[in-house]
Design a protein. Structure first.
Length: 416
C-alpha cells in the first residue's frame, strides 16, 4: 500500500495549482473531533489542506481522502497501526476528508478519538455530513464549524481609505451582489457553475439523501421555496401556496422538503424574537439563502433590498459561525413595527439591524422611527440601518441611528 506520508505529500503539493483566495475561517481547536461542515463546493477540502500544510511545520500530520479504495477497506485499528508505523512517537494530527466513504465512519472515528493518540479533523460530502447527523453519530465527541461561501472581506480586503479605493470597493460590491461567494463561481464568473452547484445539491444532497419519490413535485416546491428568500412563511402558508400551484402536498411533506433544503445548507430559517418558545414555534419565520447567486439565476426582477437583506443575514450568520457561537439571531415584530435582525448574546440584545435599499422620505417612518421605537421598547442602544449606499448618523427620539452602506457593514471587523 502507498504510504500515508506519500498520500499526504501528494495532496499538499496540489495546493500550488489552486488559485488561492485566503480564507478567514477559524477552524475549531481542542481535543474533540473537529467536523468541517457546510454546503458543497464552498472550500472545505481546501481549508483542511491549508491547515494541514501549516501544522506540518511543527506536528506529525496525515491528510487522507477516503475516496482512496485501499483506505476504505481498513478498520479503525488497521488505520491506526498504519499511522503509527510511519509516526511511532507523539500525537498525530489526522485530516480525514470524504469521511462518508469510510464504512461505519462514526464508529471508527469514535474509536480513534477514544484511544487519545490522535487530533482529528474531518470533512466530507454535504449529503452525508449533515448538520443534524453529526451530533447523533459522534455522540458528544465533536465540535463543528459551518463553512460559508467567501465573505466580502475575503474578496475585498480592508476598508477603503481613499476615494479611489472607495470607488473600487463599490464596483467590487456590485460584482459580489451578482456572483455571490462560492469560490469557483467568484473566480470564473460563470452562470454554469452556479447551475451546476445548485443541481448537484438538489439531486445528491436532497433527492438521493431523502429518497423523495415524486421528484417533479419536490422540484416545483424547491424553486418556489427559493423564491421566498427574505420573506415570511409558515408551513401552512407554504402548503397553501403550493396547493395553488397544483402541488397537493400535506404539511408533513412540506416540512420534509424544507428540512432537506436546510440539511443541505441551502436555506436558513430566522425565528421571531419573543420570550415564549411556544410563540416562536407558532409565528412566521423568515427564509434566507446561503448565497445570493442562487436567487440571481431566476429572480432578477425582484426587489434589490431583499438581496441586500440576504447578504446582511449571511454576514451575521458568519459572525455566529466563525467567532461568536453564543449570539442568537432573530427578527422583531410587534404590531406595525418590524425590525429585520435582532442580535442577542447572553440574554442581552446588542444590536438591532434594519435593511433597506435606500433611505428616503417615504420610508423614513418605517425604517428609522420604527427602529427607534423598537430600540426603546427593548432597551437597545446600538441601532443600525444598512442601505446600498447611504451613510449618515441620525438623531431621532433621543436615540442615535447609524446608517451605513452595505460595503461598510460587510467589511466590519468581526468581534471575537
Amino acid at each position: 500500500m502507498i504510504s500515508l506520508t506519500e498520500i499526504t505529500e501528494e495532496y499538499l503539493c496540489s495546493l500550488r495549482f489552486i488559485e488561492e483566495i485566503p480564507r478567514e475561517v477559524p477552524l475549531p481547536t481542542g481535543k474533540d473531533i473537529k467536523a468541517v461542515i457546510g454546503p458543497r463546493r464552498v472550500g472545505k477540502t481546501f481549508l483542511l489542506l491549508k491547515t494541514a500544510e501549516k501544522l506540518r511545520e511543527e506536528k506529525n500530520v496525515v491528510y487522507i481522502p477516503f475516496d482512496e479504495p485501499e483506505l476504505r477497506k481498513m478498520s479503525a485499528r488497521e488505520f491506526a497501526e498504519a499511522v503509527r508505523e510511519e509516526f511511532p512517537e507523539g500525537e498525530v494530527t489526522l485530516f480525514l476528508d470524504e469521511i462518508q466513504e469510510w464504512e461505519d465512519w462514526d464508529v471508527k472515528l469514535r474509536w480513534l478519538h477514544d484511544v487519545k493518540d490522535f487530533d482529528i479533523y474531518v470533512s466530507g460530502s454535504s449529503s452525508s455530513l449533515m448538520s443534524s447527523e453529526i451530533p447523533s453519530r459522534l455522540r458528544g465527541r465533536h465540535v463543528s464549524r459551518l463553512v460559508l461561501p467567501l465573505s466580502f472581506r475575503e474578496v475585498g480586503g480592508e476598508s477603503p481609505k481613499t476615494f479611489r479605493e472607495r470607488g473600487k470597493i463599490r464596483k467590487l460590491l456590485r460584482e459580489y451582489l451578482r456572483w455571490g461567494g462560492f469560490p469557483e463561481v467568484w473566480t470564473t464568473r460563470s452562470r454554469e457553475k452556479i447551475i451546476s452547484i445548485l443541481e448537484t445539491m438538489f439531486y445528491r444532497d436532497m433527492v438521493e439523501r431523502f429518497a423523495f419519490r415524486d421528484v417533479k413535485e419536490f422540484q416545483e416546491a424547491f424553486y418556489h421555496i427559493i423564491s421566498l428568500y427574505g420573506g415570511y412563511f409558515t408551513y401552512h402558508s407554504l402548503q397553501r401556496a403550493l396547493k395553488g400551484m397544483g402541488i397537493d402536498a400535506n404539511v408533513k411533506t412540506v416540512m420534509n422538503y424544507l428540512r432537506a433544503m436546510e440539511e443541505a445548507f441551502l436555506v436558513f430559517q430566522l425565528p421571531v424574537f419573543v420570550p415564549s418558545m411556544r410563540k416562536i414555534l407558532r409565528s412566521p419565520r423568515k427564509l434566507y439563502l446561503v448565497d445570493i447567486a442562487f436567487a440571481n439565476l431566476f429572480f432578477k426582477g425582484l426587489d434589490e433590498g431583499r438581496r441586500i437583506e440576504n447578504m446582511v443575514f449571511i454576514e451575521l450568520l458568519r459572525e455566529k459561525s466563525y467567532w461568536r457561537p453564543e449570539i442568537e439571531l432573530s427578527y422583531y415584530s410587534n404590531g406595525d413595527i418590524e425590525v429585520d435582525f435582532v442580535v442577542r448574546a447572553g440574554g442581552h440584545i446588542e444590536e438591532l439591524v434594519q435593511v433597506t435599499y435606500e433611505l428616503n422620505a417615504s420610508n423614513y417612518e418605517r425604517e428609522v422611527r420604527n427602529l427607534v421605537k423598537a430600540g426603546k421598547k427593548l432597551g437597545v442602544k446600538k441601532l443600525t440601518v444598512v442601505t446600498l449606499e447611504d451613510e449618515k448618523t441620525i438623531k431621532e427620539g433621543g436615540k442615535t441611528v447609524e446608517v451605513i452602506p452595505l460595503w461598510k457593514f460587510l467589511l466590519r471587523e468581526p468581534q471575537s
